[in-house]
Design a protein around this ligand. Structure first.
Ligand code: APR
Length: 244
């Protein structure tokens, strides 16, 4: 990481009144949650099309539930790390702030972030695969949980490949990004749309774009600043430099 860039980013954040931060699985890596595409990533061992598509759920709901119940159990044992805490600190300090996360682990909420959008849903939400029933639920679920209203199968409240985002999310994200001074892309490989294109919208509206990631991504060369290292190391240092 270039130290001079770190100092410049600190100064920019300190003077900013409007920040949008986009996070991905790298932010939770420091909590012990595997990313999707790294060497030990979830999608290296499992094929996403077998587990994270609506047709996979129609064909093999038991396999999909086995995968999600396993993730709920693992993630349920994890706690927020300094990257989550630093972003919760930014939420308190910056007048106009929005955190958009692709993560479904709930750790930003646990860390105390309030102005937050979980654009891919949540592991801790279950919803009916047929009717409109939905609930927050952190308990240990049966292998094939059913809807208490209509008796059909419940499904995880996450957005699968090929599905639309949680309703309203894109509109709120576009509005916030279009008026931000600074756009942060943190711990995401920037390979999944539409999140991977948010930086372009920010740039088009004059924001400074900053990437914080342990390795370069396809967007790195297009960002104004790129800080390469662990989010849990970099973010606390950046937030420490911000005055109230
Ligand atoms: N700090 C910062 N970055 C890290 C860290 C860390 N400690 N550890 C890993 N990374 C980086 C990796 O180098 C990688 O570029 O985080 C990125 C994680 O990328 P992905 O695994 O692709 O995760 P993400 O970008 O969140 O995936 C997007 O894809 O499978 C879907 O719906 C799923 O929301 C997910 C979406």
């Amino acid at each position: 990481m270039v130290r001079a860039h770190m100092e410049m980013v600190k100064a920019l954040l300190d003077g900013s009144r409007s920040i949008v931060a986009l996070t991905g699985a790298g932010v939770s890596a420091g909590s012990g949650i595997p990313t999707f595409r790294g060497p030990d990533g979830l999608w290296k061992k499992q094929r996403p099309e077998d587990l994270a598509r609506v047709d996979a759920f129609s064909q093999h709901p038991e396999l999909v539930w086995e995968f999600y119940n396993w993730r709920r159990e693992k993630v349920g044992q994890c706690t927020p790390n300094p990257a989550h805490m630093a972003l919760a600190g930014m939420d308190k300090q910056v007048p106009n702030f929005l955190l958009i996360t692709q993560n479904v682990d709930g750790l930003h909420t646990q860390a105390g972030s309030h102005r937050l959008m979980e654009m891919h849903g949540s592991l801790w939400r279950v919803q009916c695969s047929v009717c409109t029933y939905a609930r927050e639920d952190r308990s240990s679920l049966p292998d094939m949980p059913v809807c208490p209203v209509c008796g059909h199968l419940l499904r995880p409240g996450v957005v699968w490949f090929g599905e639309p985002l949680v309703p309203g999310v894109l509109k709120v994200a576009i509005e916030a990004i279009s008026s931000a001074d600074i756009f942060l892309s943190i711990g995401t490989s920037n390979l999944v749309q539409p999140a991977a294109s948010f930086y372009q919208l920010a740039k088009d509206h004059g924001a400074v774009t900053i990437e914080i990631n342990s390795e370069p991504t396809p967007n790195t060369g297009l960002m104004d600043f790129a800080l390469h290292g662990k989010a849990e190391d970099i973010l606390p240092e950046l937030v420490l430099g911000m005055s109230d």
